[in-house]
Design a protein around this ligand. Sequence first.
Ligand SMILES: NC(=O)c1ccc[n+]([C@@H]2O[C@H](COP(=O)([O-])OP(=O)(O)OC[C@H]3O[C@@H](n4cnc5c(N)ncnc54)[C@H](OP(=O)(O)O)[C@@H]3O)[C@@H](O)[C@H]2O)c1
Length: 340
Amino acid sequence: VGVRLPPSRVPDPADAPSLRWGILAPGGIARTFVDALQAHTGQRVVAVGSRSAARAAAFASEFGVARSYGSYEQLVADPEVDIVYVASPQSEHLAHGLLAVEAGKPVLVEKPFALSAAEAEQLVAAASARGVFLMEAMWTRFLPHIDVIRQVLDSSLLGEVHTLIADHGQAFDPAQPHRLFSPELGGGALLDLGVYPVSFASFALGAFASIHAVATPAPTGVDGQVSVIVTTPSGAHGLLNTTVLARTPTTACICGTRARLELEDSFYMPTTVRLIDAADGQVLDVVEPTFQRHRGLAFEAAAVARCVTDGRTESDEMPLEETLSVMRALDAIRTQTARA
Ligand SMILES: NC(=O)c1ccc[n+]([C@@H]2O[C@H](COP(=O)([O-])OP(=O)(O)OC[C@H]3O[C@@H](n4cnc5c(N)ncnc54)[C@H](OP(=O)(O)O)[C@@H]3O)[C@@H](O)[C@H]2O)c1
């Protein structure tokens, strides 16, 4: 009786100090990000930069953004931009992240942070040399349900954790051109979608002791489906799957000797979490999300605003060492699944 999940400690995103954001690359996620900021935060989007002046102007007019630029160079040079949000495809993250860092701007880089650990290290070193804030936009880490789980993992509620299962699959048609199928844009299931289950396993289990991966290519040669088993030094297993070829449950669970946590579809967005008794399968407690899907990006933006306002160069929830550790795991998976 009375086994409860702890309440989230994540503050209201609307209470964070307000930064002036510059959006680099006004594509799909940039729209979603600005929508979340405008719906749930006091963050101000003041400028947008595109490779095309017309695209920048259209985005600016749609979202009421004051200044639009036909180049990323002009955007990062804007003295009234406090932070740059890099929302280009992952093939460009290093170059665009460096552009912002070299202009002395704090920068939030969309996931996956880069194409490889080597690229990630280069960007981290540049930010460190300039003393500017840098973070991977792994927004899941800032969501209230993840803070509930963080507290559960710090307690003995689950008993000993032995097994984690997480998947992320979306059905894209390989016959339709999409950056996900493009080798040049860093496409493939692993970097785009698989980064979520891999990062979640790293968050919940800690550093991996071993990684075993298999992959099936998509017709364009990028990875279409990847399955991975990770282990920890204590012998826990994480079973992870990602695919761009089929819609999978996109759920996660963390299973211990006393209880397990089940995260509903989509586990990496604001979602329902259940605490389930290991002995009898009884649902002991449930937490429901308060934000809709990608509107949860507001939590990440608010956390970044707090860090930058406090003069910090990285975030406690998503430290750069953790980004590098996940990038190294992604490298190992890619090495194991590379075809001759
Ligand atoms: N956090 C999330 O939930 C989430 C969701 C979706 C995607 N993402 C990540 O966000 C990034 C962007 O994804 P997206 O779906 O927004 O992509 P998208 O719709 O294709 O937008 C990317 C934008 O990048 C710019 N760009 C710069 N160089 C480019 C190049 N060589 N080829 C194509 N576009 C280029 C383009 O804008 P201009 O040419 O106008 O400058 C384009 O509109 C990816 O890294 C992806 O993994 C994150």
